[in-house]
Design a binder for this molecule. Sequence first.
Ligand code: ATP
Ligand code: MG
Length: 574
Amino acid sequence: MTHQELREKYLSFFEAQRHKRIPSASLLPENDATVLFTTAGMHPLVPFLLGEKHPAGNRLTSCQKCVRTGDIEEVSDAFHLTFFEMLGNWSLGDYFKKEAIEWSWEFLTDKKWLGLDKEKLAVSVFSGDSDAPFDEESYNFWRGLGVAEKRIAKLPKKNNWWGPAGTTGPCGPDTEMFYWTGDEKAPEIFDTDDVRWVEIWNDVFMQYNKTIDGNFESLKQKNVDTGMGLERVLAVLNDKKDVYETELFAPIIKEIEKLSGKNYKDYQKEFRIIADHIKAAIFMLAEKLEPSNVGRGYVLRRLIRRAVRYGKLLNIQESFAHKLIASVLDIYKDVYPELKENKDFIEEQLVREEEKFGKTLEKGLREFERGIDPFILFTTYGFPIEIIEELAKEKGMVIDKDKFQKEFERHQELSRTASAGMFKGGLADNSEQVVKYHTTTHLLHAALRQVLGQEVGQKGSNLNSERLRFDFSYNQKMTPEQIKQVEDIVNEKIQEKLSVKMEEMNLGEAKNSGAIGLFAEKYGDKVKVYSIGDFSKEICGGPHVENIGILGRFKIIKEEAVSAGIRRIKAILE
Ligand code: ATP
Ligand code: MG
């Protein structure tokens, strides 16, 4: 089966079940400060899963372009990619578990559709805990379809739960489908630790609302949200051992063989990383993202540079990233027209970035061999952090991770400001002031919530050595009294000389601790939580001052509207 056929089959199967086909949203989510890239088909649908009416109705299906940078460590294994496509179907308060599970099964196993071998399929369901019971309904639907008891794993929240996108909100169990990829006959018992069982599809059932007092009450609008990995399913359908053997990668791998004169089988890891990263970069560039030192642009830069470095390990001498464009375009030309439309831009950017990096790479590597501090590779030579870690590992060096992380964040924060052309003087003399303003932003955020209410949420922030700028949700002009109140609260706190503490925890713990901030990352991810006394607690990357006593006197110099429902404050430290 070709990738075009698979996409079309999925979408038309669900159309036949009265779903409306919706196009892939952008890889770069708009108006969403919480994630850099679209990571799942449900991502663009969040408002509708939360109750807003979708113009296309309450049954939807799509094929969504996704990027997951969290999986970068796993890239080069058989089934984790940076860029992948997710096929999905949604019920917005319409059908629920029975239909979702029966359709998943029919699509996977019916000869009219994918016709996968039932003997090679296994599933998992939520086992239940003190918050919510065992998902017996899903279990029974699977049994009713003939799935053997031993092929249904009962797993805890860590595996089979979709967490709320905030401290409170919709959540629920999910059920995942796995396919056996081993050479021998599929074992009778589904052992979830055996990596030859590959997850191909996930049906999420949004069923509960987590309330402020931690209870799980039944949701009025119950939703279904499913996601099936196109590359993984294409691989198992065509008896391929991994995604790189499919037609979505084979031509790219072949091109790398030509460029390097090496065989894929001898350098699997290098080839896979190059193919994965350059494909992801091409899709980002096709949406006009440019490499830079901050945010998404930085992710793009890292992907290109890491691929280029692996190219050097294969002894490719000249610029090569742009030479892979043709093979990627050829694969996707009739699916994603934006690739062809932006071909020139993609090429120009890849060439430029590779040249830039090439110049510093050799020099940096030479310095590194001579034993410079690895951090200089980052600050002076612009090496991506993964490359430095890999180089250090190769040399058996131990990197002081804490120091590295601290410096790294500081540098990122500074380059964010510097790249916006904000600094008047040199970086070094002004950096401390920027860090001060960053901490002040947290104080301001907490004070605004005290004075204006908890609906205040951060919508943006921008710092330089002269002032802070903070955008937040609130739909009225602040009164002079409110402004004065906010100033007074912040100044009182500064006078209390509170210290700033950082703790690392996983997202669930951060939410439970009452930290505010950006919650859309995946359940289980590690985050940093910065607290200032009992006054402020936010998920944030840092850096911050150690004690707020040094901040000086806080003053709001402007309060204005940015757009409907969003206000902007500019403030200074005197
Ligand atoms: P895994 O545990 O294998 O990393 P996941 O639980 O993170 O998968 P979901 O978030 O449930 O996956 O995504 C839905 C589907 O998308 C998965 O069943 C899988 O088929 C596919 N998928 C997820 N991550 C990737 C990836 N990095 N590369 C390719 N396909 C993926
Ligand atoms: Mg994953």
